[in-house]
Design a protein around this ligand. Structure first.
Ligand SMILES: [Zn+2]
Length: 115
C-alpha cells in the first residue's frame, strides 16, 4: 500500500492548523502576548485550547491533535495502521480523511461502547 500521496497534504494541514490555533488563542485573549504563544510548546497550546471550551478553539485543537498524530505515524512508519488493532485502515477512508486513526471495525466498536 502506498500512502505517500497523503503525506504532503497532512503536513500542509498541520502547519495551517497550528497557525490557526495560535491566531485563535490570541483572538480569544487566552494569551495576549504573541511572543509567548510563539515560544509555547504546541502540545501546551492544544491543551490550553481544549481546556478553554470555546467551540472554535476546541475544534481546531482536536483536529490539530489528530493531524499531528497522523504526521507522527508517517515518521514512525506506522501510517495507515489502526491505532487500536494495528490492522490496515481502509484506503477509501484515508482518501476521505488522511488523518483517520482507526479502521472501520474499531470506529464502529467505539461508537457502540463509548458514545
Ligand atoms: Zn482497528
Amino acid at each position: 500500500m502506498n500512502y505517500q500521496q497523503f503525506q504532503s497534504p497532512l503536513n500542509t494541514e498541520f502547519l495551517t492548523l497550528a497557525e490557526e490555533l495560535k491566531n485563535k488563542i490570541q483572538l480569544n485573549s487566552l494569551v495576549t502576548d504573541p511572543a509567548k504563544i510563539n515560544d509555547a510548546e504546541l502540545n501546551d497550546l492544544i491543551a490550553m485550547a481544549k481546556a478553554s471550551f470555546i467551540p472554535a478553539l476546541f475544534d481546531t485543537a482536536i483536529r490539530l491533535e489528530k493531524v499531528d498524530a497522523a504526521v507522527c505515524s508517517f515518521k514512525l512508519g506506522m501510517y495507515g495502521l489502526c491505532t487500536d488493532c494495528e490492522e490496515e485502515i481502509e484506503y477509501s477512508d484515508l482518501e476521505q480523511d488522511p488523518a483517520q486513526p482507526r479502521c472501520k471495525a474499531c470506529r464502529e466498536h467505539s461508537r457502540y461502547h463509548h458514545d
